[in-house]
Design a protein around this ligand. Structure first.
Ligand code: CDP
Length: 784
């Protein structure tokens, strides 16, 4: 935007400050725990110490005697109401409270309602439960062995196998793999991790017995879908259910599912006639919900002898815990894992995934990733480096040689996705230039000669976001479109409501910027609201970086509908035919008559005071946007690490991230998204992992042993952009929220493996803790 070129204050491309920060930085946000209602009660939950056990008795008498305790809710109470089990998002079912068996450590066993949080906690501790421990299985490979203890005895199939899913050309891939001159293969484990959002999960449920209205303030990323599911499961009339998602302190996918606590609090409110608040504490959050990944992957890549990739074959075992609660579109049980062909033109590919039950909490949430894309990107980007090593070529050269070229877009991948646009070489070359790749390789050679350990890692990822085209994308049958409702008031000020729900992404700012650009009204004059099912239009919510591709597009489309009507009013005001009017430089102008024009604000006033005969008063429009395709953001990341030979400690010295998310609405917000995402990609690469021992005890259930990076560990991120607009999005924007979480891990791991090249080790599973690296350095090329 040059100083002379016309612009609207706060339009697209401007780094305006976030509207929502006015309340956030003053500590004036309104989170669920800030909701206080008269007569409000508190729920606490008794949890299982066992990962698998029969419940032989639950005694509540002592708990009921704790001063302040009013009720104890058990599975038997819920069973009577048909609510002991509830559906998961993947058409499996999940216990709200168990009637006879617990299946993971920290599972909810009873809910205690009291007049204070402290009394509820004392009551929960006083519930007495008798358990008979059952055999435990926490390893999915063992879970599928004959004779393994069957976890879900409630199912007709007496096995721990949940489903098998495959896609691609099996025989063609087998043939291509057999005839490939060069083949590489690798086992990769992506461990279970946790989203660790700053705010834990919670709700305030309120059934008003007089009006029959049920209101729930809830930490949910998808309020409308929750309302519909509540209506379907409980039989409550949908118009009497109001879901309010107030400010959310980070969701990252972890606040998409319905957790048992929400339902127990709802039942408690119905039972007591009072509003009931439930807020998880940190350990409950870390031990019982919001888990992701847990994929055991075997990948093979075939290539010609001069390094052109030809075939990709992947076999995966997915550990879902005791129920399949993954938040995937129903057609894709392994999410969008089949984006695994990445940025490369594989002619043949075949992917299969089997899913297993284990005695762990439900996993599989799409943690800052569009349904298993992180797992896919990690695999292909690790495999490209392993192939480069086998061929003895530079990993940057191998990628540049193989990338799908810009002129091949729209490009249909071997696994059936049509990539909208891309310029992969452009992004990688830019990253190489910024970081001085050639200089780094020279430095590395010098250091290697001196016995020092320095590594350079690349990740050139392709993402898939914007779920989605409703033909293929739904959650529990509800189609995945999204919406915007825009109203211009007489004085030219705007209120706009959306079906999505920001959890820190800054929608109040960026949606206003899109509308400012489309309507010629300053962003300051546009108020954005989300998260209240009584007021917002229906939408599927915010996760999987879908808000910009869906609701952002709906904002444009609704604004354009308004412009169509406004043009007629402008023609009436300017006393010319509508054909003589054009929308140009943020105003309605009479073609060829400079100076004869009307602003949107002038038209808005007329829409309520002086609208033409035969035209409805008012200026508003709603759009339900069903995207024609997904958007495919991409990027190239280069990471430089130094490794301390004595301790095995990995230090990220530099990290350059070149991202391309098409048209950028707010560069500062996008950079914030990238910074946060990179940190969330750095975390599982080097630190985070939730482990379970053979008895199903969770290791990593507190922040003492679940190592979330702080500002001390987090490297300095260097960011840059290329812009390749999406051809099908109204403003050319692609999603960006998860790109960095998805793209960072392979860059970091590739850098570490590059540093360890002299030790002859091809792969170490994440997280790359110092002890694992140390073992390689001191154990003759073998990692643990
Ligand atoms: O669905 P979610 O909001 O998590 O992800 P997103 O659509 O990728 O957007 C994340 C934030 O980045 C939002 O505030 C977007 O408006 C902003 N963004 C942007 O400014 N330009 C883009 N091309 C994409 C996103």
């Amino acid at each position: 935007m040059s100083a002379e070129s016309p612009h609207v204050k706060g339009g697209i491309g401007q780094s305006i400050l976030r509207k929502e920060d006015a309340r956030f930085i003053r500590g004036k946000g309104n989170y669920v725990d800030d909701v206080k209602l008269p007569g409000m009660l508190y729920l606490d939950i008794t949890r299982s110490p066992y990962a698998h056990a029969k419940i032989t008795a639950i005694r509540t008498d002592k708990a009921l005697k704790v001063p302040g305790v009013l009720a104890v809710i058990t599975g038997k109470d819920l069973e009577a109401a048909g609510l002991a089990w509830m559906p998961t998002l993947m058409s499996d079912k999940q216990m709200v409270l168990p009637t006879d068996t617990v299946m993971y450590q920290a599972q909810e066993v009873a809910g205690v309602v009291a007049d204070s949080r402290y009394a509820a906690a004392d009551g929960a501790a006083a519930v007495e439960v008798d358990y008979e421990p059952l055999p435990v299985v926490t390893n999915p490979f063992k879970a599928l062995e004959p004779g393994a203890p069957v976890i879900r005895t409630d199912r007709a199939e007496k096995s721990n196998h949940i489903w098998h899913w495959e896609t691609g050309d099996k025989s063609g891939t087998d043939e291509a793999m057999t005839s490939a001159a060069v083949r590489v293969s690798q086992d990769l484990y992506i461990p279970r991790i946790h989203v660790s959002s700053m705010e834990t999960c919670g709700c305030v449920a309120h059934m008003d017995a007089v009006s029959g209205r049920f209101t729930i303030w809830m930490t949910t990323q998808a309020p409308h879908a929750i309302r519909t599911v509540y209506a379907l499961v409980t039989g409550l009339p949908e118009q009497n259910i109001r879901v309010i998602s107030p400010d959310i302190g980070g969701g990252f996918g972890g606040k998409v599912p319905v957790y048992p606590g929400y339902v127990i609090a709802s039942v408690a409110s119905i039972k007591t006639g009072h509003p009931v608040k439930w807020i998880e504490d940190r350990s409950e959050n870390l031990q019982a919900d919001s888990f992701a990944r847990d994929y055991h992957i075997h990948a093979e890549v075939g290539a010609t002898k001069d390094g052109h990739v030809s075939a990709l074959r992947v076999k995966t075992l997915a550990d879902h815990g005791y129920t399949d609660a993954a938040a995937n579109p129903s057609k894709f049980p392994a999410g969008l894992f089949h984006i695994i062909t990445g940025s490369y033109p594989f002619a043949k590919a075949f992917v299969e995934v089997d899913a297993a039950y284990t005695n762990k909490p439900p996993g599989g949430i799409a943690y800052r990733c569009s349904f298993r894309v992180t797992e896919a990107v990690y695999t292909i980007e690790r495999m490209m480096d392993i192939l480069a090593h086998k061929l003895n070529v530079d990993p940057a050269e191998l990628r540049l040689q193989n990338f799908i070229p810009p002129e091949a877009f729209p490009y249909r991948s071997a696994l059936g996705w049509t990539y909208d646009s891309g310029n992969y070489a452009g992004a990688l070359k830019k990253a190489m230039e910024i970081i001085d790749y050639a200089g780094l390789r020279r430095e590395q050679a010098e250091k290697r000669a001196k016995g020092e350990l320095m590594g350079i890692g690349i990740s050139s990822f392709t993402e898939i976001v914007g779920a989605g085209p409703s033909q293929t994308f739904d959650i529990l049958g509800i189609k995945m479109f999204d919406s915007a409702e825009v109203r211009i008031h007489p004085t030219g000020k705007v209120i706009a409501r959306f079906g999505t729900k920001s959890q820190g992404q800054g929608h109040e700012t960026t949606y206003a910027q899109i509308l400012a650009e489309e309507l010629g009204i300053p962003a300051d004059d546009i108020r954005v609201e989300e998260g209240d099912t009584d007021t917002a239009p229906y939408g599927l919510g915010t996760y999987a970086s879908r808000s910009t591709p869906t609701a952002g597009a709906a904002a444009s489309m609704a604004a354009r509908k308004i412009r169509e009507k406004a043009l007629h009013i402008a023609a009436h005001l300017l006393e010319v035919s509508p054909d003589d009017i054009e929308w140009k430089d943020y105003a309605f102008r009479v073609k060829g008559v400079p100076g004869k024009s009307k602003t949107m604000a002038e038209v808005a006033f007329a829409a309520y005071t002086n609208h033409p005969k035969g035209t409805e008063a008012g200026l508003e429009a709603t759009d339900y946007y069903d995207p024609p395709n997904m958007t495919y953001p991409f990027g190239s990341y280069i990471c430089v690490v130094d490794i301390d030979k004595e301790t095995g400690q990995v230090k990220v010295r530099r990290f350059v991230a070149v991202d391309d998310c098409g048209t950028i609405i707010n560069p500062m917000i996008v950079d914030g998204q990238i910074h946060g995402g990179l940190t969330m990609g750095f975390a599982p690469s080097l630190l985070e992992e939730i482990q379970y021992d053979e008895d199903g005890n969770v290791h990593g259930g507190t922040f003492m042993d679940y190592l979330v990076p702080t500002a001390v560990e987090t490297p300095n991120w260097e960011t840059a952009k290329t812009v390749t607009p999406s051809p099908h999005h109204p403003i050319g924007a692609k999603g960006v929220g998860e790109s960095a979480t998805v793209g960072a891990p392979p860059a970091i791991v590739n850098a570490v493996m590059d540093a360890l090249r002299p030790y002859g080790v091809e792969h170490i599973d994440i997280p790359l803790h110092p002890w694992k690296v140390w073992q390689v350095l001191h154990g003759g090329g073998k990692s643990a």
